[in-house]
Design a protein around this ligand. Structure first.
Ligand code: XMP
Length: 517
């Protein structure tokens, strides 16, 4: 069954039945952007389970290449008899067509990318839509709509690019309304949500706050709770929600491993300790981590050491608190969907920094399990988290240790931290911080010759790395303005002793990775 926390939000919302493509998540996000709650459910959910959730509508997502592929996920025809409006998208359209007695043909041609579309019937979902181009990704195509359906749009290779049977509340489109390359896509989803399903656009991520606070209280009762803060938005928002629910029964542990950027430890201290008055254990373990990293140059070895020492530190600090039964984790809805879990996970084996101990006998509190990342930010703003934390770019758990190429030393950390500070400040001043997925400095531990004043220098270079990305799976190097690059370069050379050269990384991912290690 669906997460109870999610299930309670579904009545009035829309379920996206996942046929195995990455599109399901995106569809749910788009629906939520229309202020209607949406959750992703696996295609093998039972009709009874769906009925018990009382959704206002069902969307059948895209999926594998062909409905004829061996093992292709089947559509349970009973989903179409629940009296709930249905929108089939791509594979969802084809599966629906087959279930209702229409025909799907292997056209052999297929359409991929931006495709012209012709609306053939305006007395339809397309009534008010300016639909000329859509985004397609299919090989098979519906060649005959099921009986009683009206074909409402076509394209060159999809004679049934859209069809509907308003009497039965059934709709289908071959293209992908959820991707931005279908310009009228959101409007089409809105037409389905509001004209067909009669949804009301009232849901916002902030709704989750009250619901979660009540749930956390019920889960935790009078027990002690701990949360590891990383300085990132997820753990911060999760901690604040739990604090709102149980107050001082929550203790946050912030392990400063010394690989953080300038001022980050202070920010956490200020926000949590001073502003929100959350009991906070600030562990200053810089020297401990540095001594374990001495002489280590291999990136994976660095990660392992930091992960291991993080766990040790966290464990010994939580042991000092005694009698802790609950651990807060900032698990997001995308993690829940990706791990395919149908019920609340027990201990998660990985953590932002390394891994939490497998044998830790604590139960997880995961107040963000319903939310996508951008929704977590909205909740963070609502809870009063400082803008810097809400909008912080992703930062790897091992921190600056994997941005020093070579051995990590106190001196190199200091140089990198200062250079990175200048870079961040200039990127923010230029108004580019939120546009970039990540922007940071890297210090390769090689030295080159330069000249400053009348003196020959022999010092480190700093690499500027700035990328745009949607999900870190792929990334493009950011085209930063030359005058900004010049300012960054001048300031780093002038303000950071030990650096005599600034270079720009112009590698995309692939073939590069975002980080240098
Ligand atoms: P790469 O370098 O693989 O990075 O393109 C993709 C994204 O993952 C982040 N990253 C990490 N995050 N621990 C983390 O918590 C790590 O060891 C780690 N390595 C990379 C990276 O910053 C980027 O956002």
């Amino acid at each position: 069954m669906l997460d109870p926390a999610l299930a309670s939000a579904v009545p009035g919302g829309v379920l996206v039945v996942d046929f195995g493509a990455q599109y399901a998540q995106l569809i749910a996000r788009r629906i939520r952007e229309c202020r209607v709650f949406s959750a992703v459910v696996p295609h093998d959910i039972t009709p009874e389970e769906i009925a018990a959730l009382h959704p206002s509508g069902l969307v059948l997502s895209g999926g594998p290449a062909s409905v004829y592929e061996p093992g292709a996920p089947a559509l349970n025809p009973a989903f179409l008899e629940l009296g709930v409006p249905v929108l089939g998208i791509c594979y969802g359209l084809q599966a629906m067509t087959l279930a209702l007695g229409g025909e799907v043909a292997r056209t052999g041609a297929g359409e991929f990318g931006k495709t012209p579309i012709e609306v053939t019937n305006r007395e339809s979902l397309f009534r008010e839509l300016d639909a000329e181009v859509c985004w397609m990704s299919h090989r098979d195509a519906v060649s005959r709509a099921p009986e009683g359906f009206t074909v409402t749009a076509r394209s060159t290779d999809a004679p049934v690019a859209a069809m509907e049977h308003p009497g039965k509340g059934m709709y289908g489109v071959q293209f992908h309304p959820e991707v931005v390359h279908t310009p009228f896509g959101t409007d089409l989803l809105k037409a389905f949500l509001f004209d067909v399903c009669d949804c009301t656009p009232t849901w916002t991520p902030v709704h989750v706050i009250e619901d979660q606070v009540a749930r956390i209280r019920a889960q935790v009762g009078d027990e002690r709770v701990i949360c590891a803060l990383s300085g990132g938005v997820d753990s911060a928002v999760a901690a604040l929600l739990v604090h709102r629910a149980v107050g001082d029964k929550l203790t946050c542990i912030f392990v400063d491993h010394g690989m953080l950027r300038h001022g980050e430890g202070d920010q956490v201290e200020e926000a949590f300790g001073e502003h929100f008055h959350v009991p906070l254990v600030h562990v200053r373990a810089q020297e401990h981590f540095l001594s374990h990293l001495a002489g280590v140059t291999d990136p994976e070895e660095k990660r392992k050491i930091i992960g291991r020492e993080f766990i040790r530190t966290f464990e010994s600090e939580s042991a000092k608190l005694g009698g802790v039964r609950y651990l807060v984790q900032g698990t997001l809805y995308s993690d829940v969907i990706e791990s395919g879990s149908r019920t609340a996970a027990k201990i998660k084996s990985h953590h932002n920094v390394g891994g939490l101990p497998e044998d830790m006998t604590v139960e997880l509190v995961e107040p963000l399990r319903q939310l996508f990342k951008d929704e977590v930010r909205v909740v963070g703003e609502e809870l009063g988290l400082p803008e810097r934390m809400v909008w912080r770019q992703p930062f790897p758990g091992p921190g600056l240790a994997i941005r020093i190429i070579g051995e990590v030393t106190a001196e190199r950390l200091e140089i990198l931290r200062s250079a990175d500070f200048v870079l961040q400040e200039e990127i923010r001043r230029a108004g580019l911080y939120r546009e970039l997925w990540q922007s940071f400095a890297v210090l390769p531990a090689v030295k080159s010759v330069g000249v400053q004043g009348d003196e020959r220098t022999y010092a480190y270079p700093i690499v500027i790395r700035a990328v745009t990305s949607d999900d870190a799976m792929t990334a493009d190097w950011a085209r930063l303005p030359y005058d900004l690059l010049e300012r960054i370069s001048n300031r780093i050379i002038n303000e950071v002793p030990g650096v005599n050269r600034v270079v720009l990384d112009i590698t995309s991912k692939p073939p590069g990775t975002i980080e240098w290690e």
